[in-house]
Design a protein around this ligand. Structure first.
Ligand code: C2E
Ligand code: MG
Ligand code: MG
Ligand code: MG
Length: 295
């Protein structure tokens, strides 16, 4: 019975067991429940976007923001509901909603006089079925007078498992229209060098797990090599999931272009993103020498 499965026993000190129920209720949703929730969200304006800064390591300014989808009224995270949206085809309408909302938001910030930043939008390979997605993006940027090169579409290598011809013509269509393409979660799948040479990407985003593995003193040559490799292929490189200064210094030393992670900022709601839009992150070399940060 699903209800009893929701009870969690947690050990809290000596011989104290507490039963948690309510906080788990949102976490253990069946796929059918999640499908109903996302269908409803699409109909009732139940989604929102958060924006996570991507910080330029040279200028310490925000280079762009990644739009990250959330449900307004449910504590169900994308890793849970995106797969359901993909399996049910709802990802197509969701993908359009995300693009529209993100572009509207950035146009609004520009119109307020804040300036322009890159808008990074996640794209699921299941959206390939949406044959008019590029045309839809084109309409949005025309309506809001946004330059296509300000929009970065984040794909993952799973797109290469889809129909080759469709994938390549989609990616080439984005390039022809002037949009940027970033390869997300690099290092988690096959990460073949081969495809980096034939898919038209502008940037690779190194996954958090790769950064964790290779950003320590014993191993930083691997990271330096990855950065050089990207640059040799004329790709920019963003490190994702950066949480501490040790990682920061090693990436800066290695010549990484951008950092995204809790060290600088969690994903922010639009009001908070607006407040830090032109923030320069103070990075004090004197006070935070790399060796002091490594325990
Ligand atoms: P992603 O595109 O790789 O996004 C990065 C994820 O890492 C985000 O999780 C972000 O909140 C999280 N993150 C960023 N910095 C840190 C850090 O320093 N530490 C840790 N522990 N996590 C960090 P989020 O928002 O839960 O999204 C998860 C995934 O869901 C995304 O991974 C993306 O694949 C997918 N997703 C999110 N929004 C959308 C969307 O609008 N459309 C599609 N198709 N997928 C989306
Ligand atoms: Mg992403
Ligand atoms: Mg990623
Ligand atoms: Mg991901």
């Amino acid at each position: 019975n699903a209800d009893t499965a929701m009870y969690h026993v947690k050990h809290s000190g000596k011989n104290n067991y507490i039963f948690y129920y309510s906080e788990m209720k949102d976490i253990i949703n069946t796929r059918i429940e999640i499908e109903a929730i996302i269908r409803e969200a699409l109909e009732t304006d139940g989604f929102k976007l958060l924006y996570q800064p991507q910080v330029d390591l040279c200028s310490a300014q925000i280079h762009g923001f990644e739009a990250l989808l959330r449900l307004k009224d449910h504590n169900i995270q994308p890793d849970q509901f995106i797969p359901v949206a993909e399996d049910t085809g709802l990802i197509i309408n969701i993908g359009r909603w995300v693009a529209k909302s993100a572009i509207e938001q950035f146009a609004k910030w520009r119109d307020m006089g804040l300036g322009e930043k890159i808008i990074a939008i996640n794209y699921s390979s299941k959206q390939l079925k949406d044959k008019n997605f590029i045309a839809y993006l084109g309409q949005l940027i025309t309506t809001h007078a946004v330059k296509p090169e300000m929009i970065e579409i984040e794909i993952t290598e799973s797109i290469l498992l889809e129909n080759d011809t469709e994938t390549m013509s989609f990616l080439q269509g984005l390039k022809d229209a002037g949009f940027k393409i970033a390869l997300d979660d690099f290092g988690t799948g096959y990460s073949s060098l081969n495809y980096l040479t034939y898919i038209p990407v502008d940037k690779v985003k190194l996954d958090k797990s790769i950064n964790e593995k290779f950003l320590n003193l014993k191993n930083n040559q691997v990271m330096d090599s990855l950065i050089s490799l990207a640059h040799s292929l004329k790709l920019e490189i963003t490190a994702e999931g950066i949480e501490d200064w040790n990682q920061y210094w090693q990436l800066k030393r290695g010549g990484c272009d951008y950092i995204q992670g809790y060290l600088f900022s969690k994903p922010l709601d639009s009001a908070a993103a607006e407040n830090i839009f032109n923030h320069i992150f103070e990075i004090d070399d004197e006070n935070k020498p790399v060796n002091d940060l490594i325990n």
